[in-house]
Design a protein around this ligand. Structure first.
Ligand SMILES: Cc1cc2nc3c(=O)[nH]c(=O)nc-3n(C[C@H](O)[C@H](O)[C@H](O)COP(=O)(O)O)c2cc1C
Length: 298
């Protein structure tokens, strides 16, 4: 290229830059920009998609707790680290607790969104205390009211029709977190007292699948969806039938996601309410069965 051609090329490049309205960046500046960009990690656990839907509004690539637990190391560092999970009996699912206990987390801003369906009671304070006991301090903990997937008490067809102002409340949470707000939702005990809560938690966290579940005669097509959505690999195929045993999260992923509605809660008996509507099941409308499988499969 002669001098005249070189000046022409430079001129064209400059014109292109001016037309595009920005100055060319050096490689070092691009790297500096990238380093400045905030890094946010969001961990989630879900059975019916509410918590996954929320986690996806907070980051493009949320990390499933049951999948992370399969890895070794569990050391995470970011500008912001968040947790999204369902409220179980005014506390956290066992698998979420296990992850919090095992993980090494380093971030200057830590937040949690706890999805719940009816009464959050003291779940934010409970999680705050629990995390602190395990060396983790959250700056922001907020429960978010969504569809209640607790089958012993609620009919999913009725739940789906209710307007719980989830979108507005979620928008407020997203902007709180963007502003790095410090806030832990105060307790609202309502008609609960400590003793009732403890009773509820004892019943919940001692649950086993064999006490909880039943297979409806003639419905199971052995697709093994129950096995695929179970975070504890509780289901297996034995003697030409689905079998379950062992550790149960009581998350109800197997029951809600069974395409045949073949899995049901055992019928009402003393001390056990059965379920409100065995023909009504729930999964968040923006979450697919494949999403739940990818989140929980062991
Ligand atoms: C076993 C169990 C216990 C629950 N306990 C409560 C509770 O104490 N208070 C409440 O408001 N919702 C409770 N829920 C409802 C869930 O927290 C709520 O529907 C949640 O958004 C489900 O999230 P997911 O779709 O991500 O699984 C419970 C649900 C289950 C399955």
């Amino acid at each position: 290229m002669n001098r005249r051609e070189a000046i022409k090329t430079m001129g064209l490049t400059l014109a292109a830059v001016v037309t595009a309205g920005f100055a060319p960046k050096t490689y070092a500046a691009i790297l500096k920009d990238r380093a400045k960009k905030k890094k946010r990690i969001v961990f989630y656990f879900t059975a019916t998609g509410n918590s996954l839907f929320v986690a996806r509004q907070l980051t493009d690539t949320p990390l499933s707790i049951p999948q992370e637990l399969k890895k070794s190391g569990l050391t995470y560092e970011a500008d912001e680290i968040g947790f999204v999970f369902p409220d179980y009996a005014a506390s956290a699912p066992m698998i979420v607790r296990e992850f919090l206990e095992k993980a090494q987390l380093k971030a200057s801003y830590m937040f949690s969104v706890i999805t719940f369906g009816n009464a959050s009671v003291n779940v934010a304070k409970w999680w705050d205390d629990y995390a602190k006991e395990h060396g983790v301090s959250f700056h922001y903990i907020k429960p978010l009211l969504m569809v209640d997937n607790y089958l012993p008490v609620f009919d999913m067809n009725e739940q789906k029709k209710m307007d719980k102002h989830t979108d507005e409340n979620l928008a407020a949470i997203i902007s709180d977190i963007a502003a790095k707000k410090s806030y832990v939702e105060p307790s609202d005990m309502g008609f609960f007292n400590e003793e009732m809560l403890r009773g509820m938690q004892d019943q919940h966290f001692s649950m086993t699948a064999d006490r909880l579940l039943e297979l409806k005669e003639g419905r199971c097509i052995q697709c093994m969806t129950c096995e695929k959505v179970c975070p504890h690999k509780n289901f297996s195929f034995a003697d030409e039938a689905v079998a379950f045993q062992g550790k149960c999260e009581y998350c109800l992923a197997c029951v809600h996601n069974c395409p045949q509605k073949a899995l049901t809660l055992r019928p009402a008996r003393e001390g056990w309410p059965g379920e409100r509507n065995p023909e009504a099941r729930y999964r968040h409308p923006h979450v697919t069965l494949t999403d739940i499988v990818n989140s929980n499969r062991q």
